[in-house]
Design a protein around this ligand. Sequence first.
Ligand SMILES: [Zn+2]
Length: 314
Amino acid sequence: MSNKEQLWAAFAARHAEAVWQAAERREQVYRENPILLEMDRQITEAGSRYCVAMTKSGEAESAKAELEALQKKRADFLASIHADLEPHYRCEKCADTGMGPEGMCACFRRELIAENFRSSNLDQAACAQSLEDYDFSLFDAAPREGLLSPRDNMKKIHSLCRDYIAEFDRQSKSLLFVGATGLGKTYLSTAMAKALLDQGRSVIYLSAPELARRLEGARFKDEEGRLSQLFEADMLIVDDLGTEPRTAYTVGTLTDLMDQRIRLRRPMLFSTNLNLEGIQNAYDERIVSRLVGHFIYCYFYGDDLRIKAFKEGR
Ligand SMILES: [Zn+2]
C-alpha cells in the first residue's frame, strides 16, 4: 500500500473512532438522564405537527414556536449537565475524513508530506537544500573549448530541473546526471527530492550501494513491503550509480525495477560518475539501452567544487 493509501485508511479509522466515542458518550448521558428520551419524543411530535401546520394557513407560526421552545429546553438541559454529545475531530474542517469541499484537506496534505519525508530515506540535513537559492558563483565562468562555461552549463541544467519539477507528473521522463565527483550532482538530486516532497509526491532516495543492499536483502528474506516502495514511489532517486557491488541478481532486479517504472510512467533520477563508456563496461546491454532510451542526460563538468571551495577558503 502506498503512503497515501495508508493515510486514507488511517483517516477513515480516525473519523470512525471519533464518531464511535461520541455515540458512547451519548449513550451514557441518555442512560443517566432518561428525561432526554421524553424530550426527544416531544420534539419529534412537535416537528410532525409543524410539518402539518405548514400546509395550513395561520397555524405554522405557533407550531414553529412550540418546536423551538422544546429544542431550547433540551439544549439548556444538556448545557446544565455539561453533556458532550458531538464527535471530537482533530480537524473540524474535514471531520477527519481528509476531504474538504475543495478536495484533499490541508491537514491530510500536511500529514502526507511528513509521511513521504519519513519514508524517503532523505537525510534531515538535505531538507535545507533548495533549488531556489542555488549558488552559481561556485562554478567557473570561463568557457571551455567547444562547450559552455561550467557556470552556464550549470544554469542550463538548473533551469531544466526547475521546469521538470514544475511540470512533474507521472508522464515525466527520467533524468541521468553524469559527471565527475564534486560537481554538485548530489546537491541537485537532494534539492529535486525536497521540491517533489514539498509538492506532496512520494520519493525514495538511495545511494546505489544501499539500493543494491536492499535488492540483495529482498532475495533472501521477505522485504516485499520495503521493496514495493521502490516500484511505487512517484520518484526514485539513486545516487552514485556504478559504485555498488554488482551481481547478476542485483543487475537483473535493477533492470526489472527500471522496466516496471518505465511501464508505469514513474520517473527516476540517477546520478553517476561514470561516462557512457564506463556505464557500458559496468552494466549489461539491457540497462544501457534503458538509460539511453528513457533518460534525459545532464552532463556536469568543471572543477571539483569541494577542492575549489577549500582553495578559496570558503
Ligand atoms: Zn482536515
